[in-house]
Design a protein around this ligand. Structure first.
Ligand SMILES: CC(C)(COP(=O)(O)OP(=O)(O)OC[C@H]1O[C@@H](n2cnc3c(N)ncnc32)[C@H](O)[C@@H]1OP(=O)(O)O)[C@@H](O)C(=O)NCCC(=O)NCCS
Length: 175
């Protein structure tokens, strides 16, 4: 299978990403998930993997966020919306797209760590790719105000910092 990988602006590439994300998380299914009703921050950039004659088959969103770790400024690289079209799974596409996203975030130089949020059935997938559970507390903007975000589990990819415990304040919406 021949693939093309592009990294595009998040807003501009939303029309391309939306059909894949809606297929992976249909709105009626998403509404039933613990995180489905929570407002999430849109991606600043997207890794888009296209297969020849197949269109978009895999997506990874990226964000940059001026957050805090234990009260100190922390520049965080966010990963969101990791999704592969069902008929293209287990071919390494999400691994390729995640690596491309991490390379992009690493090139920024100024990021302390990368952070994503996932459901328990994906813990093994991320652990096998070098991500570590963050066992502390996540604070974020929520419809009810600023508070604890625990609808999904946080996983960290170490860059300069290796946070495992403490408090990460996302200083904005989760992703
Ligand atoms: C989770 C998800 C993104 C993985 O996508 P994917 O493209 O299938 O991921 P990969 O192919 O890179 O890896 C998946 C598995 O296939 C295996 N694999 C990779 N290439 C393979 C190949 N050529 N042949 C067989 N297996 C292969 C990998 O080893 C991996 O197994 P592991 O997790 O036991 O290590 C996909 O299942 C998905 O979209 N799920 C629904 C949405 C979701 O839950 N997203 C995560 C949000 S946090």
């Amino acid at each position: 299978m021949s693939i093309d990988i592009e990294i595009l602006n998040g807003d501009a590439s939303w029309p391309m990403a939306e059909p894949l994300l809606s297929a992976v998380w249909p709105p009626e299914v998403k509404a039933t998930l613990p995180w489905g009703q929570i407002p999430m921050a849109p991606a600043d950039f997207r890794v888009l993997v296209e297969a020849e004659d197949q269109g978009l088959v895999c997506h990874v969103g990226m964000l940059r966020r001026r957050a805090t770790l234990n009260g100190r400024p922390a520049h965080v690289g966010g990963i969101s919306g990791v999704a592969t079209r069902p008929d293209h799974r287990r071919q390494g596409l999400a691994t390729i797209a995640l690596n491309a996203a991490l390379q992009t975030l690493k090139h920024e130089g100024s990021l302390g760590f990368a952070l994503l949020f996932c459901e328990p059935h994906n813990f093994a997938f991320y652990s096998a790719r070098g991500w570590h559970p963050f066992e502390g507390e996540i604070l974020a903007e929520q419809p009810a105000g600023h508070g604890r975000f625990d609808a999904l589990a946080p996983f960290v990819f170490d860059l300069v910092q290796k946070p495992r415990k403490g408090v990460i304040d996302l200083c904005g919406l989760p992703w």
